[in-house]
Design a protein around this ligand. Structure first.
Ligand code: GLN
Length: 199
């Protein structure tokens, strides 16, 4: 099989950093702005940015229902920071409906204004023993996880990395470090999904 084609939602946010990291980790990439773009990708990454804006733009560009349908059918999805907020079942401090792709409740800008940006060494057992240099920028934390959600990392007692089947969420920004282990982890999910659909 050729390398997977991973889409990066390119309506707003730090798109190019994800594109570069995915390519370093061995994927082909495509920027996704329309339902036509979405139809050509094996997986979708939603980068950091501003969640209220992107939730509105997804609807306006006709992507909300299509993304939900693809994810229901098994397409791997990864949201970083704003992308996790967009994917959450609900957001503690936001009325706007989200895409509801993963059974978690998140709270925006939750680590407080004083420490709203930080790089900390984060233990992520699924990635091995070496801590991950996790960059948090006005990051959400995860307040509730549903019964099928795997908690992959915590910071100060709050969830910051979760997975439910084909959906991955991180509060932090792996695309802003030189460490591509989370990208590689996501590409393993993509390979697994492709092997399943080929079987
Ligand atoms: N605080 C932003 C939001 O609410 C997310 C920040 C980010 O993606 N770096 O959408």
């Amino acid at each position: 099989m050729p390398e997977p084609m991973v889409g990066v939602l390119a309506l707003q946010g730090d798109v190019l950093e994800h594109v570069a990291a995915l390519q370093r980790a061995g994927a082909r990439t495509r920027e996704v702005r329309t339902p036509g773009d979405l139809a050509t990708v094996d997986a979708l990454v939603v980068p950091g940015g501003e969640s209220t804006t992107v939730i509105r733009l997804l609807e306006r560009f006709g992507l909300t229902a299509r993304v939900k349908q693809r994810v229901r059918e098994g397409m791997p999805f990864w949201g970083t920071c704003m992308g996790l907020i967009v994917a959450a079942h609900d957001v503690a401090d936001l009325e706007q409906p989200t895409l509801d792709l993963i059974d978690v409740t998140v709270r925006r800008n939750a680590f407080g204004r004083q420490v709203d940006s930080a790089e900390i060494p984060l233990a992520i057992p699924a990635l091995g023993d070496v801590p991950f240099p996790a960059i948090f920028i006005r990051a959400p934390w995860i307040e509730r996880t549903g019964p099928n959600v795997e908690l992959l990392a915590e910071r100060d007692g709050h969830g910051v990395m979760v997975r439910e089947r084909n959906v991955l969420g991180t509060s932090f920004h792996p695309e802003l470090t030189g460490d591509d282990r989370v990208h590689a982890y996501f590409l393993q999910m993509v390979d697994g999904a492709r092997a399943n659909s080929a079987a």
